[in-house]
Design a protein around this ligand. Sequence first.
Ligand code: SF4
Ligand code: SF4
Length: 317
Amino acid sequence: MLPKTMLGNTGINVTKLGFGALVMGSMQANMPPEEGAKVIRKALEQGISFIDTAHVYGTYEHIRKAKEGWDKELVIATKTPASDYEKAEEHIKYALQALDLNCLDIMLLHAARAGEDVFQERAGAYQCLKDYKKKGLIKAIGVSSHNVGTVRVAAAREDVDVIHPLINVAGTGILGGTVQDMASAIEAASHNGKGIYAMKALAGGSLLERMDEAFKFVMDLPGVDAVVVGMVSEAEVDMNCRIFQGESISEKERKATAREKRLKIVGVYCKGCGRCVDACPNGALSMVEGKSSVDESKCLLCGYCTPHCPEFAIRVI
Ligand code: SF4
Ligand code: SF4
């Protein structure tokens, strides 16, 4: 049985291991909905009862297909990139319809790289989330963030139920502070009753070699209720579920799962700074039309390039 937990004071129960849908979506692996649905369904059958997605991931169809006929407990968290009220309302209505739900469990401001002014800058969108919560169409609201300052601000707000922060043992992708700064912001938020589910525990895949240590680091942090992990194969679902049930995984199995992975440069995030090209010891990266591009025949998936990207645009998927 996968361990379960309550997300802060929300009254929402989730498995400590959540399914991260980002990796199968259009920004990364771009799996067809039928194929993605099979992997998600496998996760549900293995006991995972928590899925994280977002408007921009393009995975609502994958999730809707996966949960067809599924009558057991399932919590779905999604996010809106909207700034104004009307757009947020559109995204809420779309999520309800596309996921075939009467009520959204969790809807967050998708604020990955936004700074601590996000609640002022996107006040209209957040007001919309609050209004839909009052109407009973969303159970819990909050923010997702890579930024320490944003987590601190959210921790102090009474109208935030859930925070989805980025944290990993290497500190990869954390903005506005160190790993310790983010850990203490998370602890403070949890102390204030916020539900915390972490993202990027494996730093976009670059910590796969240190998987046990990386998961343990995040799950042992005071205040972290759950962690969502991106998965694109049934073997990966199986392995992650076993890890979260305390089983040890052989090196052979780990490698077999790792072999299915590849490096992906997320084009919309890449700013073309070229730092990753200099960081790759294998000559696998080059600049093509102003963006970094990977030569898969040369890439060893070592992950050395990922910490050099200030935009968190390099992922192992
Ligand atoms: S993962 Fe390693 S080999 Fe592949 S592009 Fe990055 S640094 Fe180069
Ligand atoms: S370091 Fe990141 S932003 Fe810079 S070129 Fe490489 S992928 Fe693009």
